[in-house]
Design a protein around this ligand. Sequence first.
Ligand SMILES: NC(=O)c1ccc[n+]([C@@H]2O[C@H](COP(=O)([O-])OP(=O)(O)OC[C@H]3O[C@@H](n4cnc5c(N)ncnc54)[C@H](OP(=O)(O)O)[C@@H]3O)[C@@H](O)[C@H]2O)c1
Length: 267
Amino acid sequence: MSTPAYTLITGASSGLGKEFAIQCARKGMNIILIALPGGNLSSIAHNLELEYQVSVKVFEFDLSDSEILKQQLHIITEQYAINFLINNAGVGGTSSITHTSLKRIDDIIMLNVRSTVLLTHLLIPHLLKHPQSYIMNIASMAAFTPIAYKTVYPASKAFISSFFLGLKEELTGTGVSVSVVYPGPIMTNSHTSRRIISQGRKGKMGLLPTPEIARIALKGTLAKHPVIIPGLMNKVNHLLMQLLPLSLKMRIVSREVKKEIPFALSV
Ligand SMILES: NC(=O)c1ccc[n+]([C@@H]2O[C@H](COP(=O)([O-])OP(=O)(O)OC[C@H]3O[C@@H](n4cnc5c(N)ncnc54)[C@H](OP(=O)(O)O)[C@@H]3O)[C@@H](O)[C@H]2O)c1
């Protein structure tokens, strides 16, 4: 009998990552969930196992600690075969650069950029063992425009977009398919919801429910689409924004984002 394959999901304790866990389990996929220690991952795993009769494994550690990530990945790949990687964990923030701590900047770069590249690099030899496997990466519509008062976050998502589309090209002809997802705003938790509401009507443009974004992302990835922009509004927005000069585009988006600052978490 062949070894059962697993889908590894980062940032699976809440928001979009938790929704990926639910929808993958519903499809009968075995899953490995990763988030920080001390959260609700075990109870999510227990419920999914009971409801969908799939195998769910939990690993709680800080992805942005490269040494721990390498150790944990070694333990995971010794025990489980992985044929689907969902790079979902990511953090952001809204504040002027002078009010942003170096720690916050490091947190964004280490999680969104370094850990995502490291995890992918460590997993590619394992993904290549399968006739077909998938890497899904959660970027953001923010990847398309440099944005004042966010600066590091859109830059980190632009990195993800460029890195994984390059990787997709490199892995063409292998069994590994690579997709990048560019969600617009998602009300994944109360803080994000307040932030989105603070932008008024424009902030809610392209807003989709979390389950709908997860559904579109999974469907597109399994269909091997390299670029996935969920929702008609976001697709139209992206096309229209491409017609604008960069300076005007940056001014429009940054003006809206500035309204979020009073609602931002500590930076
Ligand atoms: N929300 C939006 O409007 C929006 C829009 C576009 C793109 N995105 C992207 O979508 C993805 C998911 O966003 P979300 O809003 O669903 O996020 P979220 O609700 O804040 O969840 C983040 C997840 O990442 C985990 N995590 C955070 N830091 C970690 C670390 N150092 N090590 C391990 N796990 C860590 C969290 O675990 P704990 O619960 O243990 O902290 C949690 O499971 C992110 O990449 C984000 O950039 C979000």
